[in-house]
Design a protein around this ligand. Structure first.
Ligand SMILES: *Cc1c(COP(=O)(O)O)cnc(C)c1O
Length: 410
């Protein structure tokens, strides 16, 4: 494993067994990290060991095995809380960022909103941070107001600030980092501005936690969500951070076992705390995998991750600067290592197909951001997204294959 003194992507690659497989018979170059990350052996083994040695249902088990599972589940929540700089009493496990945003919309926002209240979103949001709000707007009569994205991929701060100061604005839900543009929103400043006007802030951190060390006490947002699978952990586990003072008054999102105090046909009472939002058997192995991914990340210096991924992005730009008609979408200073682009006259899907034949995994389409695609004037774009295990060799193979593909298709 790497340590913070010697950040070495080649060394990190050795921790990720899948990276040595082939894709269409060529060594795999995995550049679809914004869709999902690969998993280190330690995470794979933690999940495997859970099923080999610890599997049993959590809560109310009176035998040793069940106590072990319960302890693992509890300590996973503690690991997540500590890593985010919060308390375990503020960490709810979900299936992922999508379920997290739905939970917040239903349990927190729906009871709060009345007709004419405003929910602020931005033009760069993922569908997961749009559709749940449309559902809540429908049921409450609240209105959705959208902050535009400027040409460089940054937010129109003037409009955002104006909206935050509107008397009917009660909620802002915004991504930390855009999965398309790579824009990193100045969320600490935005949270500060929002709070001056009593606006509650929900942050979609799906794309920030894999690239930045996030401290939620410092950011001081009201809610924060992310998915384990983009953070080197298994699919099917995610996290909602909810500020304690808000969590305490939220209504349950789903009913069932493990979220109740007493059940009877004349009336049921709910349990308190985070368990009120975790109806049914939880994803224990997922939580254990997530905690293990966090332990893995603790050995890595995020300043170096950031510098490395930005270096890969910069090199990509340099190598591709002479490709005719290539436009990068999202060019704001300090953006994350996401290279989203189009080439005039070439369909992104055709590019991706030729790249795939060379072993290179990229993503094309709307990236679950159709409103943003509309803003950019494309129905689809191509995207290469970098992670801790990508190397200069990956960038070189991507760029030379892309140039060949552009020549063939252009
Ligand atoms: C991936 C992603 C989501 C949704 O995450 P799921 O794991 O699909 O629930 C939400 N927002 C952003 C910015 C994302 O990149």
């Amino acid at each position: 494993m790497s340590n913070s003194m010697t950040f070495n992507p080649h060394k990190i690659r050795e921790d990720f067994p899948i990276l040595s497989r082939k894709n269409r018979g060529k060594p795999l170059v995995y550049l679809d990290n914004a869709a999902t990350s690969q998993k280190p052996s330690t995470v794979i083994n933690a999940v495997r060991n859970y099923y080999l040695e610890n599997n049993s249902n959590v809560h109310r088990g009176v035998y040793e095995l069940a106590e072990d599972a319960e302890n693992h589940y509890r300590s996973s929540r503690e690991e997540v809380a500590q890593w985010l700089g919060t308390s375990p009493a503020e960490i709810i496990f979900t299936r992922g960022a999508t379920e997290g945003l739905n939970l917040i919309a239903r349990s927190f926002a729906e009871p709060l909103l009345t007709k004419g209240d405003q929910i602020i979103l931005t033009e760069m949001e993922h569908h997961a941070n749009i559709v749940p709000w449309q559902m809540i707007a429908e049921s409450t009569g609240a209105e959705i107001v959208v902050v535009p994205v400027l040409q460089d991929g940054s937010l129109d701060r003037e409009i955002l600030d104006k909206l935050l100061n509107h008397p009917r604005t009660s909620i802002l839900s915004i991504c930390h980092i855009s999965n398309v543009l790579g824009t990193q929103n100045p969320i600490k400043e935005i949270v500060n501005e929002a709070h001056k006007n009593g606006v509650k802030v929900i942050i979609d951190g799906a794309q920030s936690v894999p690239h930045l060390k996030v401290n939620l006490r410092d950011i001081d947002c009201d809610f924060f969500v992310f998915s384990g699978h983009k953070l080197f952990a298994p699919m099917g586990i995610g996290v909602v951070y909810a500020k304690g003072e808000l969590l305490k008054d939220m209504i349950p999102y789903q009913g069932g076992g493990d979220m109740i105090d007493q059940v009877s046909f004349s009336g049921t009472s709910y349990t308190t705390g985070v368990q009120r939002f975790e109806a049914g058997t939880p994803n224990v192995s997922g939580a254990i995998g997530l905690a293990e991914a966090i332990r893995y990340l603790k050995s890595i210096d995020f300043h170096q991750v950031d510098a490395h991924e930005k270096m890969l992005l910069e090199s990509t730009r340099e190598m591709l600067c002479d490709v005719k008609g290539l436009v990068e979408h999202g060019t704001v200073e300090g953006k994350a290592g996401v290279f989203c682009f189009t080439i005039d006259g070439i369909h992104p899907h055709d590019l991706a197909t030729l790249l795939d034949a060379e072993g290179i995994a990229t993503r094309t389409g709307h990236h679950c951001c159709q409103p943003l695609m509309e803003r950019l004037g494309h129905t689809a774009t191509a995207r290469a997204s970098f992670s801790i295990y990508n190397t200069m060799e990956d960038v070189e193979r991507f760029c030379s294959s892309l140039k060949r593909a552009a020549n063939i298709l252009g």
